[in-house]
Design a protein around this ligand. Structure first.
Ligand SMILES: Nc1ncnc2c1ncn2[C@@H]1O[C@H](COP(=O)(O)OP(=O)(O)OP(=O)(O)O)[C@@H](O)[C@H]1O
Ligand SMILES: [Mg+2]
Length: 248
């Protein structure tokens, strides 16, 4: 078997007296859709930040696409093909949908070599249009980002991440605050994107995850409580217990 696209080993991080992430390891095979679930404050976002270089781990290693990226700043990690779409949106509110995606596409297109600037601009514009089409935002291309519906703003987040042509996409609660209809559309979109890109996503809505994930890691108080296929997670007594207490 080939090396996993992402390998995290023994990641650890405390904030003052809070052990936010406690010796967590992850192995994500290329092409898979892996989910992380857990109650509020269980360390999900911190684990993402340790992977992306936003927070330095006090212990542990991260390998991405065969390279050690532990402690590397996100700007550098992103250029290697790891993109994130966060709970906190990264959209420029006063720019149009098209401009927001174009900026991300332009920042990432360093890998192509064009002799004429006009060709480079054309290529970025084409790529931006393709991403908007893919995400279902083409009809909103000239809308100012802050005027989009909440669901479309989250889609724009996804488009910005996708514009960098990542090999691994990290999504932190992509359906947060969405209506059931918007949630269903986003779930479908995430599934479609997974045809081309490996996805690691945090999700609160259990039903959402059970239907699309290949594997699920359950975090509880910073530790890995369980990891397995959706059916195993669903029937695991400890996971059920955490759910029934209403903390998820
Ligand atoms: N920068 C920080 N400084 C201090 N404490 C932090 C920091 N980041 C996270 N924490 C604490 O670490 C713990 C884990 O937080 P984290 O945000 O990773 O949880 P989460 O699982 O993403 O929660 P949620 O479901 O609410 O998004 C919490 O107790 C949180 O208060
Ligand atoms: Mg979080």
């Amino acid at each position: 078997m080939s090396e996993p696209i992402l390998l995290a080993e023994g990641l650890d991080r405390s904030f003052g007296g809070i052990h936010a992430v406690n010796d967590v390891s992850l192995e994500i095979p290329e092409g898979s859709l892996h989910a992380i679930i857990g109650p509020n404050g269980s360390g999900k976002t911190t684990l993402f930040n340790l992977i992306t270089g936003h927070t330095r781990p006090s212990a542990g290693r991260v390998r991405f696409a065969g390279q050690d990226i532990t402690g590397m700043p996100y700007s550098k990690v992103a250029r290697k093909g790891l993109a994130k779409s966060y709970q906190i949106t990264t959209v420029f509110p006063l720019l149009t949908v098209f401009e927001n995606v174009r900026i991300a596409a332009q920042a990432a297109e360093h890998s192509y070599v064009f002799w004429r600037p006009a060709d480079r601009i054309k290529s970025v514009v084409r790529h931006t249009e393709q991403v908007l089409e893919r995400i279902g935002l083409a009809h909103e291309r000239d809308t100012i980002a802050s005027n989009l519906s909440h669901g479309d703003q989250r889609r724009l987040d996804l488009a910005i991440a996708l514009a960098t042509s990542p090999r691994l996409l990290l999504l932190d609660e992509p359906t947060a605050g969405m209506s059931p209809t918007e949630t269903a559309a986003t779930v479908k979109l995430v599934e479609e994107l997974n045809a081309d890109v490996t996805i690691l996503m945090i999700e609160h809505k259990m039903d959402v995850i059970l239907s699309i994930a290949d594997r699920i890691t359950v975090l509880h108080q910073g530790e890995k409580l369980f990891e397995g296929a959706p059916a195993e997670v669903k029937s695991h007594p400890r996971v059920q217990e955490v759910y029934l207490t209403g903390s998820l």
